[in-house]
Design a protein around this ligand. Structure first.
Ligand code: 5MM
Length: 356
């Protein structure tokens, strides 16, 4: 267990965060196709190579891969796992098998993959993975999330975490609360607290070592269609209140997902959370990122431009490293802007990403 705790500490090292590049083939396909690219294995591999060989080790502590990627090699024939470990980036792996409907709970989901989890974890560990991730998704709406969905998802997350630790992988526990909806920040806060409490209670019940576990929640904020928007200060207060009330300081790192925020919004909110936590002496955990879209959107645009001869070679990698560095600064409350992304201020981004 000491080694697992050490890995969890390394992942939550101050001033670093996690790159979530574990989109399933269907999800990455939607993003590639929107960018005008075919969803082939070669294209997925070439795109992901932009991140794994970008020299991101000073801002990124770990990268979550999809199973296909864990076994791929770069164009220089270096296994991606080695590309990462050479930069001191720990390789991680998505181990859930996606969402399925919950019987009797319309529009709600649980996550599948527990049946083959142990065997998968063992082979991923052998292949070099040091941590893993399981995502549950909960939706705020009329009557949702239901007690049943909260309960099932919390239990699955804890069962997963227990198996992962038994297989020598640090579990990242991701109870995502989707940004979709017109709810206000108070509703989001109440739901977040209920979900976090349920998850922590189940982790206890399943004897999961909290010191060797990372949490990947959504920041507390209004729904994307809410009438009144929240300021970064509102988001940081509500997020820290929820965490302080529900998550023991034994958990070394809270690695937020970006959940459909623009690249700039995600960085600004993360920075505000850290500034607020420092000012109020409330940094009980590392407060960092495990962003997918908010680390990738500009890189994808530039990579497409490179392929079309409209941007010079290497620009996509430069962007990967610059956006990671902006978020690394935000994880210390030291981000100052301007944001390096090329999607900043793009109001259509949220629409584009909704439901991806
Ligand atoms: C919610 O998505 C997770 C975090 O990414 P964002 O920062 O973009 O919200 C992400 O790790 C997600 O779990 C993976 O992309 C896998 O998603 P799918 O839907 O393909 O299983």
């Amino acid at each position: 267990m000491d080694q697992l705790r050490d890995v969890a500490c390394r992942l939550s090292e101050p001033g670093k965060g996690i790159l979530a590049s574990d989109e399933s083939t269907g999800t990455i396909g939607k993003r590639l196709e929107k960018a005008g690219l075919n969803n082939t294995e070669d294209i997925r591999k070439a795109y992901r190579e932009q991140f794994y060989t970008a020299g991101i080790g000073c801002s990124i502590s770990g990268a979550i891969l999809y199973k296909e990627t864990l076994y791929q090699t770069s164009s220089q024939d270096v296994p991606f796992v080695d590309c990462l470990t050479r930069q001191a980036v720990l390789p991680g792996i998505k181990v859930d098998q996606g969402l399925v409907p919950v019987e009797g709970c319309e529009g709600e989901s649980s996550t599948r993959g527990l049946d083959r989890l142990e065997a998968d974890c063992k082979s991923y560990r052998q292949q070099g993975a040091r941590f893993c991730k399981w995502r549950a998704a909960l939706r705020i709406g009329i009557g949702t999330p239901s007690q049943k969905a909260i309960g099932i998802n919390a239990q699955q997350l804890a069962q997963y975490a227990a198996v992962a630790q038994a297989c020598d992988l640090v579990p990242v526990v991701e109870p995502e609360i989707l940004i979709d909806g017109d709810h206000g920040i108070h509703r989001s806060s109440a739901v977040s607290q209920e979900v976090l409490q349920a998850c922590i209670a189940q982790l206890w019940r399943h004897n999961v070592d909290l010191e060797a576990t990372l949490l990947k929640p959504m920041m507390v904020m209004p729904g994307a269609d809410a009438q009144s928007k929240a300021s970064p200060e509102d988001v940081s207060c509500a997020t820290l209140d929820a965490l302080r009330r529900c998550v023991p300081p034994a958990v070394p790192g809270i690695m937020f997902l970006s959940g459909g925020l623009s690249e700039e919004e995600a960085t600004v909110y993360l920075n505000s959370i850290n500034k607020h936590a420092i000012e109020h002496n409330a940094r009980h955990w590392a407060l960092s990122f495990s962003f997918g879209r908010a680390l990738q959107a500009s890189v994808l645009k530039l990579w497409v431009a490179e392929r079309e001869g409209k941007a010079s070679p290497g620009k996509a990698k430069e962007m990967a490293s610059a956006v990671a560095a902006a978020n690394a600064a935000a994880s210390l409350g030291r981000y100052q802007g301007p944001h390096p992304s090329i999607t900043s201020g793009d109001a259509s981004l949220r629409e584009t990403y909704r439901g991806w």
